[in-house]
Design a protein around this ligand. Structure first.
Ligand code: HEC
Ligand code: HEC
Length: 167
């Protein structure tokens, strides 16, 4: 248990906010061109901050370091989504594939389009990805290091040039 966890455990007894405190402004690189989130989206949990780079916080030494992810992100319903707060798609299968094209990890997006993989799900340093819903499927051709968080590359000014989408 780290110090923050210990202090928060003590504070749980009091009607006080701030233990799951999420400070988006402290990690401006997480914002990846998104609009200001709603107050609700700043609450820690699986529907938080869609579109933003989860791995800016969910890493060892980050704000959510005892909830580190292997990788994570959000799938939107169309190309060039202008919003992050809305437009995510639920029920999308997100698969990671090794360089031979074999699926090595799989998960499903939640109600806001967010998904995450636990740190031990696979080797995240050299994988491609595929998103599928019904008859729609979109695949990343290159194998990359996804441990930086999908949104690190997937936004208008990132090297993928767009958010992850399915349409
Ligand atoms: C600005 C920092 C920040 C960003 C960006 C962020 N989170 Fe979080 N997240 C937190 C913090 C802080 C917690 C609370 C961790 C704790 O329990 O101490 C949290 C908690 C969570 C939890 C709950 C973990 C649990 O078991 O209680 C989930 C799930 C989660 N985040 C998913 C995501 C996803 C998915 C994204 C990206 C779409 C994301 N987060 C982006 C800071 C962030
Ligand atoms: C290091 C940068 C980087 C990271 C991290 C990254 N991607 Fe990509 N992604 C790209 C690039 C560049 C392309 C376009 C070229 C290609 O398909 O290889 C792309 C394309 C895609 C496409 C196809 C889009 C299209 O229009 O055809 C999907 C789907 C995708 N990525 C999903 C993901 C998922 C899911 C993650 C996280 C698990 C992720 N990507 C992480 C760089 C990245």
């Amino acid at each position: 248990m780290n110090l923050r966890t210990a202090v928060c455990a003590l504070l749980l007894a009091l009607p006080m906010a701030g233990c799951d405190s999420v400070d988006l402004d402290a990690v401006p690189q997480a914002k990846v061109g998104c609009e200001t989130p709603t107050a609700d989206q700043l609450n820690a949990g699986d529907t938080m901050l869609p579109g933003r780079n989860c791995l800016a916080c969910h890493v060892s030494g980050g704000q959510a370091d005892h909830e580190a992810f292997g990788t994570a992100g959000t799938v939107f319903g169309a190309r060039n989504s202008k919003t992050c707060n809305t437009g995510g798609v639920s029920g999308v299968t997100v698969e990671l594939l090794d360089t031979a094209g074999k699926v090595v990890a799989s998960t499903t997006t939640n109600s806001v389009g967010n998904f995450s993989f636990p740190p031990n799900a696979t080797n995240f340093k050299n994988v491609s990805a595929r998103v599928t819903k019904g008859t729609m499927s979109v695949k990343m051709n290159s194998a990359v290091d996804v441990s930086v968080g999908c949104a690190n590359c997937h936004w208008a000014s990132g090297i993928a040039g767009d958010r992850i989408y399915i349409q």
